[in-house]
Design a protein around this ligand. Sequence first.
Ligand code: GLN
Length: 556
Amino acid sequence: MTNYIFVTGGVVSSLGKGVTAAALGRLLKSRGVTVSIQKLDPYLNVDPGTMSPYQHGEVFVTEDGAETDLDLGHYERFIDENLSRASNVTSGQIYAEVIGRERRGDYLGGTIQVIPHVTNEIKRRIAAVAKASEAQVVIVEVGGTVGDIEGLPFLEAIRQMRKDVGRDKTLYLHVTWMPYVAASGELKTKPTQHSVRELRSIGIQPDVIVCRSDHPVEDSLREKIALFCDVDVEAVVPLVTADTVYAVPLELEQSRLAHYVLSRLGYSQAVATAAEHGDHLAEWRALVARAREDKPMLKIGVVGKYVELEDAYMSVREALLHAAWALGYGVEITWISSEDLEKGRSAHLLETVDGIVVPGGFGYRGIEGKIVAARFARQQKVPYLGLCLGMQVLCIEFARHVFDSDEPNSVEFDPTTRVPVIDLMPDQRAVEELGGTMRLGIYPCNLVAGTRAAAAYQVNTVMERHRHRFEFNNAYRAILEKAGLVFSGLSPDGRLVEIAELRDHPWMLGSQFHPEFKSRPTAPRPLFLGFIRAVEAHVRGRAQLAESGAVKHVRD
Ligand code: GLN
C-alpha cells in the first residue's frame, strides 16, 4: 500500500515548496524508501508549454516528452529518478478530461460537478502515479498558495484521500513563510497561524509545518506554532534560506524531518533512524561541500531573451554548476540580454566572460543578438555551447560567414529566406499544416568518432531530451562540412543533425537537444563537462599569454 505526503503552501508563493518536496524525497530515498513525486498545478493551461517563461519560468521536459512545470526539474535533480508525464497534472488537463467525457455521454445524463467529478479525476491521477511507480511513498505537491480559488478542487481531493486510503497512510505538510519585522527585530508567526486556519477551514489539519524564513527560528517560536496550530513541536521544522538549494536536504535532515514523517507513516524505527547511523547522505554531503568550498570561478555568459528572470533558464544554470563543481570550479553567470546585443548594447559584456552559452528559445525577437554572440565566440575562439536554438544560431552564423551574406536564416525567423539553413523537414511540413507540432522527449543520437562531442560522451549513442520544431537543412550539409562545420551527432538513420561543432575552433559546439534536462548534481552531463573543460583551458591559455606578454614587456 502506498503512503502519500501532500505538500501545500501558505502565506506567499515562491517559498521553495518544490525544493522542500524534492529534498524530502531525497531524504526518504536515501533511507531505502522508494519515492515518486507529482505536482498538481491549479492553472487552466493544459501544460506550461504555451506559457511565457516570464509567467512561469522554464518549461521542463521529461523523458516521455511532457512539457512540465520547472519543479519537476528540482524533483529529478534531487531524487535522481526520471519522472513521466503523469507527474505533472494541471486543472486544464482535469477539466479537458471531464468535459471530454461529458461530451461522449459517459456520465449517463448526470450533472457534472466539481465534487465529485473533478475531484475524482484528480484522485485518479494521483493514484495513477502510485500505481505506475509502485513507490512506497508518493509526494504530491499542490501548486499555488492556500486560499487561491483555483486550488480548491485539488485541496478538496487531497482532503478526501485521507478518508479513502487511511489516516495512517497520509501526511499533510504545509510550507509557510515567517516574515522578519526589522523594527522590532523579530520573526512573526501570525501569517502561519492564519494560513493553517485557512487550511483547516477546508478540512485539512497539517501534520508538519515547514517554516521558511531568512532568519534563524528560535525554539520558542516553534513551540508557539505547535501550540496554535496543533502539531507536535518536532513537526514544526524551520528552514532558513540556504546559500545553495542543495543544502536543503541537509538542513531538513538536521531537523529530523524524515524521521518524523516516516514514524508517522508507520515505518520502523530502524528505517526512520537509518540516517542517523549510516552515512546514507555521504554523496550529498560531498556535493554540498564541493558547492561551498573556495574555488576558482569561471565566468560564463548566458545569452537569452528572458535574462531578467533566471528561472527561465533554471536547468541550464544548474547543469553549469553541476559540471563546474565536479571539476573543482565555481561558475559566475553573466546574464546577457540578446535584445541588448541586437541593439548594439552590451557587446562589451562578451569580452568579460570565459565562455558563452546560448540556450533554447522560440521566435525572432533577440535572434540577431544571439548571432552576434556566436560570431564573437567563433572569431575570438571563446568556448561556446549552444542548446537547441543555440545550435541553430551556431549554424546560421557559420553559414553567413561562409556565404559572406546575411541571408542564411531559419524559416522560423524569416519564412522567405533564400538560404534556409534551418528548416522544417519535408515530411514535417504536412504535419505542420495539420497542427502537429514539436519533437519532444528522448531520441537517440549517434556520435561520430574523433569529434569533441564523442570525446565528451565517450560512448557511441546517447539519449537526450528534445523540444523543437525545426532542423538543420540537409541541403547545406556538404557545403558547410567542407567549410569546417562538423556534424558530430546524428539520428540513427543519419537524417537529422543532432550535434554540430566547428573544426577550426577550440570548442564551439551546439546540440539540437537539451542536455541540461538530464544533468544531475551527482551526475553532470557530458556536454557541460566538455564545455567547462574547454573554458578552463581557455582561461589557462589566456593567463599564459598574459604572462608571456608581461615577461616580454620586462625584457623590452
Ligand atoms: N525554436 C527552435 C525550434 O523550434 C528551437 C527550440 C528550442 O530552442 N527549444 O526548433
